[in-house]
Design a protein around this ligand. Structure first.
Ligand SMILES: [Zn+2]
Length: 447
């Protein structure tokens, strides 16, 4: 099919695709513990039905030892055609009212800006819509062999890595297409080529054997909470850059995210500045970052005039692509163990060391994707990174080391507000992504 024919066909399919998307947004498929199971089952069933109708006759719920099952299907293409694994997920983040939604998160709402609002509109029900639309563009008969995997636990304790490790045969392919990302700005095509990794630890600081009266002893006896605060403050410099010796840093070579578009998604309060140095792209994709993501100490309600003998914090550090997560975590641990004031005792427990991911470049699949993106969007695709990590990518890479990766999707970074209130998606971006995916398969089939 020539590009213009695909474009026309997809345009005609869009009302149906968006109607399906809205139907799926209305199902509160939150897989987190404590949320009702019925909507998750309903979501899985309806998704199955839609993908069966779209051509995956054998789509089924895969068997997993625990959690909600992924949907799996195989659709053979012409003899000898390349094999593509298509990924998206059907669970979504919770949407508590306290986030400040301006419309009901489970009622898909088309606003004046043309976007569809609701939890999961972008992350990642737009990925489901993209795969569905693409299948329909081919009348259910794509030009390559497709293995479909739709995860049900992506936003919580995922069971998919275990599933991939148990069934690597189901994930053998030439190309993984992960449709759970987005352009920086809708309409401007990018491919995601690097994702930061994620290491974390807890640190406990102890100064006294037991609590003391702060009036009688304060001023001379050391307080563990103040010691912890001083220790944490050594992790970054005055600008907010990571100040831990031995942690790797770098600069970003691809597309630049403008500070303006970044700020659209960051609810900075009056007078508060961004932190770090270098371009926004450097800071998000090529430099490490450190955050204290939890603190255990006496609560304000439970406080009295007492010097605290012990305080703990959990620290998360995002690490740059191309680094060894254990070595980066070693550097963080060594810093914490050696920078506490007043000889305070420090105990560090390692929690997590997930590697960063560099998308292998230079292969036929990635260059076909670049061409497909450029044609579908009418402008040259550039490269971006991702500050977040997707540990699944490493697992898929290990299951099928020769396969390439394409990471893309309709979740435009400046407006989609994934995981936050008023999540939304631009239907025109879904349309362009459907065209891009269809063109990608066409190009792969003709190589
Ligand atoms: Zn997602």
């Amino acid at each position: 099919m020539p590009a213009s024919e695909i474009q026309e066909k997809v345009r005609a399919l869009m009302p149906g695709v968006i109607a399906n998307l809205e139907e799926l947004i209305a199902i509160p498929s939150v897989a987190f513990p404590g949320y009702p199971e019925e909507p998750m089952h309903r979501m899985a069933e309806r998704t199955l039905e839609l993908f069966r109708e779209a051509g995956f006759a054998d789509a089924h719920l895969a068997e997993v030892p625990h959690g909600y099952p992924p949907i799996y299907a195989e659709l053979p293409g012409p003899e000898g055609s390349p094999v593509v694994v298509l990924y998206a997920h059907y669970d979504v983040q919770p949407a508590p009212e306290s986030q400040g939604w301006s419309t009901d998160p489970w009622t898909p709402t088309r606003k004046e800006d043309g976007r569809v609002y609701g939890r999961g509109a972008a992350d990642d029900k737009s990925g489901l819509a993209t795969h569905l639309g693409m299948m329909r563009a081919f009348d259910g008969k794509p030009p390559v062999t497709i293995r479909l995997i739709l995860e049900g636990m992506e936003e919580t304790e995922s069971n998919l890595e275990e599933f991939v490790e148990a069934h690597p045969d189901l994930f053998q392919c030439d190309l993984f297409v992960v449709c759970d990302m987005g352009n920086l700005v809708a309409g401007e095509p990018v491919l995601t080529t690097a994702l930061r990794g994620d290491v974390s630890c807890t640190v406990t600081v102890r100064t006294l054997d037991h609590p003391l009266h702060s009036g009688v002893f304060g001023g001379a006896a050391p307080d563990a909470m103040m010691a912890l605060a001083r220790l944490l403050s050594t992790l970054v410099d005055d600008a907010g850059d990571v100040a831990v010796a031995g942690v790797t840093t770098g600069t970003w070579e691809g597309a630049e995210q403008s500070e303006e578009s970044f700020l659209e998604g960051v609810p900075l309060l009056d007078g508060v500045s961004l932190i770090g140095t270098g371009t926004v792209s450097d800071r998000l994709w090529a430099k490490p970052s450190i955050n204290a993501i939890g603190i255990d100490t006496t609560s304000i309600a439970g406080s009295s005039n007492v010097i605290l003998p012990q305080a703990s914090a959990k620290i998360s550090m995002r690490i740059v692509p191309g680094t060894d997560p254990e070595a980066e975590l070693d550097a963080l641990v060594a810093h914490l163990e050696s920078h506490a004031p007043w000889g305070a005792q420090v105990e560090v427990k390692r929690v997590k060391a997930a590697p960063a991911f560099l998308v292998p470049s230079g292969g036929a699949g990635v260059s076909a994707a670049r061409e497909a993106m450029s044609e579908a969007f009418g402008s040259e695709a550039s490269e971006v990174g991702s500050g977040g990590s997707i540990p699944l990518l490493q697992t898929l890479h290990e299951a099928c080391p020769a396969a390439e990766f394409v990471l893309w999707g309709p979740e435009d970074m400046d407006k989609a507000r994934i995981h936050a209130s008023d999540e939304s998606v631009d239907p025109a971006e879904i349309e362009r992504m459907i065209v891009a995916q269809a063109l990608l398969l066409e190009k792969l089939a003709s190589r």
